[in-house]
Ligand binder design. Structure first.
Ligand code: ADP
Ligand code: MG
Ligand code: MG
Length: 251
């Protein structure tokens, strides 16, 4: 599904290297977690994959089902099935949440050569998915994320993901700032979307989320690289011992 080889990335405006040779393969149907100290490049990796500007790719490749992601516009990457749930969801004053979702869903359907959803079908679908995530009707009518609590913003990201039905879902610290109940809702939302044809890259600081979203593989990122990969037990090791031992091993 997602194949990243030797990816190196600099900040565009400064002479600063952030990703220093990332190798990562996520097969179809699998859930991979990335953990790692603050500042190790986890968000940068998710931004570069989704096409945020401000970064210069200086080497390596990133493909989605064999298609070169790095050459595509962000909306083309989305149409190809890539989705990023932001670490810091953006507020969009003046744009109703429901309008935003409907526009995004129909733009993607159009890009895939499918017909637009009828207003009725869209409403039915969005209401059912919002209900599962305990997002009420009022939140659907308000401008995107404006005045939402931290937890509501994160649940709204999952609602977008559920509506867009992407193939490759990247969640950047979607659990940060959530209380236990909200985290469970988010995890349930992700688990409901797990399928053979869909993969997840879950960036998290906490082992707790991985109790609910069982990963196939856990990767540790530090200093712009994946320094170790293993099974779910690697997340437990980090929870118990921190990163010190792993960083010493790397050094
Ligand atoms: P993580 O998500 O693992 O905490 P980030 O990808 O956010 O790490 O950041 C990696 C490093 O790159 C940090 O040192 C951060 O300060 C730096 N960085 C990322 N984006 C920018 C930017 N736009 N301007 C300046 N520094 C940046
Ligand atoms: Mg961080
Ligand atoms: Mg981050």
């Amino acid at each position: 599904m997602l194949e990243i080889k030797g990816l190196t990335v600099d900040l565009q405006d400064e002479d600063k290297s952030i990703l220093k040779g990332v190798d990562l393969t996520v097969p179809a149907g699998e859930v991979h977690a990335i953990m790692g100290p603050n500042g190790s490049g986890k968000s940068t990796l998710s931004y570069v994959l989704s096409g945020k500007d401000g970064y210069a790719v200086t080497g390596g490749t990133a493909t989605l089902n064999g298609i070169d992601l790095l050459e595509m516009e962000p909306e083309e990457r989305a149409a190809a099935g890539l989705f990023l749930a932001f670490q810091y969801p953006v507020e969009i004053p003046g744009v109703g949440n429901m309008t935003f979702l409907r526009t995004a869903v129909n733009a993607q359907r159009k890009a895939r050569g499918e017909d637009e959803l009828s207003a009725g079908d869209f409403l039915k679908s969005v209401r059912a998915k919002a209900k599962d995530l305990q997002i009420d009707a009022d939140m659907l009518k308000r401008p995107v994320n404006v005045g939402f609590s931290g937890g509501e913003k994160k649940r709204n990201e999952i609602l977008q993901m559920a509506m867009l039905e992407p193939k490759m879902c990247i969640l950047d610290e979607t659990d940060s700032g959530l209380d236990v109940d909200a985290m469970k809702l988010v995890a349930d939302g992700v688990n409901a979307l797990r399928s053979e044809g869909r993969s997840f890259l879950v960036i998290t600081h906490y082992q707790r989320l991985l109790d609910h979203i069982k990963p196939d593989v856990v990767h540790i990122m530090a200093h712009g690289r994946i320094i170790k990969s293993g099974g779910p037990e690697l997340a437990l090791e980090v929870e118990n011992n921190g990163y010190a031992d792993l960083l010493a091993e790397e050094a």
